[in-house]
Ligand binder design. Structure first.
Ligand SMILES: Cc1ncc(COP(=O)(O)O)c(C=O)c1O
Length: 253
């Protein structure tokens, strides 16, 4: 064990006990789609800070892997969640509030014209892929090596760069994904201009190109130019392109 693992083990005895207990009963502990180099359990969080089951405090640099743009447990959200829970926790049938929220989201998001609410990112990418297939009548989808898009069959793929890093192979991360599904995927190299050639070459087979613009497994600031060029290439290939990538501002990083 390296020093850092020894230090973590000393810091987190309660997390280790929880891990041992959960490993027997929670399937995701053994077939996890997100691999954590060291498992610890968070019990509370506020703003940028998080506490684990042993009372250690951390700064959450990823903000809940991305979605917590207001930080953990912002007072305004907590207050509305409490008030709403007083009225109902689960209605089953639609409520009148989601349309109002959808209008606000469209107003705030230059790339959004309509909204579909999902409980998880897995659902969101599943629907996005289905919409792209319905709109184009094509079935293949292009994913970038290293991106994470959730746990459904079409995206639970892992790249293999050993043969040719510019044209990565891919395989499912676990068992149970049919070969027919795996064959519907084309893997692209991330931050490698060869991806643009591959998109141009296969544009007539592809329903969509899906990307995690800044990968949570590889956070970095130098991807702006790559993303802008990707947007241009996809538009030139006839894909519907969202305006989600900001235009050049002259700032360099
Ligand atoms: C870019 C991206 N897409 C999809 C997902 C899947 O989200 P979920 O774990 O909510 O299914 C994640 C989760 O980290 C993600 O980062």
């Amino acid at each position: 064990m390296s020093d850092v693992y020894e230090e973590l083990a000393q810091m987190t005895p309660n997390s280790q006990k929880i891990y041992a207990r959960n490993a027997k009963i929670l399937a995701q502990e053994v077939v996890g789609t997100i691999w954590m180099p060291y498992s610890f359990y968070a019990t509370e969080a506020k703003g940028s800070r998080m506490k684990d089951a042993d009372g250690n405090e951390y700064i959450d640099l990823t903000m809940g892997f991305g979605p917590l743009i207001l930080g953990h447990n912002p007072d305004c959200t907590v207050q509305v969640a409490r008030e709403t829970a007083d009225k109902a926790l689960l209605l089953g049938i639609p409520n009148p509030y989601q349309g109002e929220l959808a209008e606000l989201l469209v107003e705030a998001s230059p790339c959004a014209e309509q909204v579909m609410f999902c409980s998880t990112g897995t659902e969101a990418t599943m629907y996005a892929i289905r919409i792209a297939r319905a709109a184009t009548g094509r079935s293949k989808i292009a994913l970038f090596d290293g991106s994470y898009h959730g746990a459904h069959d079409y995206v639970i793929m892992e790249g293999d760069l050993t043969n040719n890093p510019s044209e990565p192979d891919h395989h499912p991360q676990g068992k149970g994904v049919p070969e027919e599904t795996t064959n519907q995927i084309m893997f692209l190299p991330y931050r490698d201009e060869h991806a643009f050639e591959m998109i141009k070459q296969h544009k007539d087979e592809l329903a969509c190109v899906i990307i995690e613009p800044v990968q949570s497994s590889n956070p970095r600031l130098d991807v702006g130019d790559f993303l802008r060029e990707l947007k241009e290439v996809c538009a030139a290939c006839g894909f519907h392109v969202s305006s989600g990538v900001p235009e050049r501002t002259g700032r360099t990083r």
